[in-house]
Design a protein around this ligand. Structure first.
Ligand code: NAD
Length: 366
């Protein structure tokens, strides 16, 4: 066994069907009496049903959550917190709504209950990305870690086929990178393999029948496992590329993860053979990168950056940005290799391992 350091994050997790009925007890368990329920505007109906169910424990509903946590929206929500004298928040939704709850917690220390309805995994991390003046900045702080996560499988039945597929692969990406990051550790690696396997089993079944409750349950369980991995350890090349593509080219979050993952994995494969073997085993395949590429095909997810809006003339700039301030990565970040990875992802080509650099001057050791 290699030496390791493992820091477990505190978490209370309630998982099951119909668990939304337990939210009132969780509010009381936190010693709170006036919860502000957060949602996006399309999920306002669910948020209002929850508020009605909570009765006096609900102070109100704020349905302004949007992608990338803009500070103007947070400021508006903060005014509602003040006006309603809220003493906790309940974020019902995906990463966008959970991001808003975290942004409020950062400013107020109000306790958070989160009810995730996608597979993005933000509920289990200390990470918060916020946008101001069109610029997104990300920070890690334990102040934003939710106190309670309530997973209610029933709420995920309405997640559309497309988002179910891409959000599921977004979760898988967290676990894949957890297996080869610098601070990988045996506990999280176990969870990573478990999470990838659960999602790889569930996503094809959901693609065939989004109302398959057992598959939905496996997928949400996998999402919890994968999100916990990202919360506990760092991320590497794959997440860096997705941050560049999302941040500088405004590409959609979960779709970008889905397209890039097989290519980032192919790039890293020679430097992380043990991790690759575990990913392949979890997918039930022989080659991790190829297995992820095939999974995307099977679940009808996009496989090219072209089809999700990337301009081809942006590939050079994306490669420059990815190389300029890289995250730690098991394989050195090398400009030509990254450029060819991005081209393959743009074209939707089968993932391949780019050749090693020809001159040391081209290599950036992250
Ligand atoms: P999202 O929260 O933006 O949701 C997308 C849309 O789907 C929204 O309109 C939402 O209302 C709707 N939706 C969500 N669940 C639904 C359901 N069950 N049924 C019907 N509609 C539903 O999407 P996301 O991919 O979950 O989150 C993306 C955002 O989260 C990005 O901004 C990303 O940066 C952030 N994120 C942050 C972390 C972190 O650790 N900080 C981790 C992952 C993602």
């Amino acid at each position: 066994m290699r030496p390791f350091v493992y820091t477990a994050l505190p978490a209370r997790v309630v998982f099951g069907f119909g668990t939304i009925a337990q939210v009132a007890d969780e509010v009381r368990g936190l010693g709170c009496r006036r919860a502000l329920v957060l949602s996006t505007s399309p999920q306002r109906g669910e948020a209002e049903r929850l508020a009605a169910q909570l009765g006096e424990l609900a102070a109100g509903v704020f349905d302004g959550a949007v992608m990338h946590t803009p500070v103007e929206v947070t400021n508006e929500a903060m005014r509602r917190v003040g006006d309603l004298d809220a003493d906790c928040t309940i974020a019902l939704g995906g990463g966008s709504t959970i991001g808003l709850g975290k942004a409020i917690a950062l400013r107020t220390d109000l306790p958070q209950i989160v009810i995730p309805t996608t597979y993005a995994g933000s509920e289990a991390t200390t990470m918060l990305g916020e946008t101001e003046g069109g610029r997104k900045t990300t920070q890690r702080t334990s102040k934003v870690l939710p106190e309670v996560i309530v997973y209610d499988v029933d709420l995920t039945l309405t997640l559309p086929r497309g988002l179910s597929a891409t959000s599921g692969v977004n979760a898988i990406a967290h676990a894949v990178e957890a297996l080869y990051v610098q601070d990988a550790n045996p506990v999280i690696s176990l969870l990573a393999e478990e999470g990838i396997a659960a999602l790889a089993r569930a996503l094809p079944r959901i693609a065939r029948d989004p109302l398959d409750r057992e598959a939905r349950s496996d997928a949400l369980y996998g999402a919890w496992a994968c999100g916990t991995c990202m919360g506990a350890v760092g991320v590497a090349l794959h997440h860096k590329l997705c941050h560049v593509l999302g941040g500088s080219f405004d590409l959609p979050h979960a779709e970008t993860h889905t397209v890039v993952l097989p290519h980032a994995v192919a790039y890293n494969a020679p430097a992380a053979p043990e991790a690759m073997a575990r990913v392949a085993r979890a997918l039930g395949t022989r080659n991790a990168a190829q297995g992820l590429f095939e999974l995307a095909r099977e679940i009808g997810a996009p496989r090219s950056l072209r089809e999700i809006g990337m301009p081809e003339d942006g590939l050079d700039r994306a490669a420059d940005l990815a190389v300029a301030s890289p995250y730690w990565n098991p394989r050195p970040i090398e400009r030509e290799g990254i450029r060819s990875l991005l081209q393959a992802a743009f074209d939707g080509a089968s993932p391949h391992t780019p050749a090693l650099p020809t001159s040391p001057a081209e290599t950036t050791h992250a």
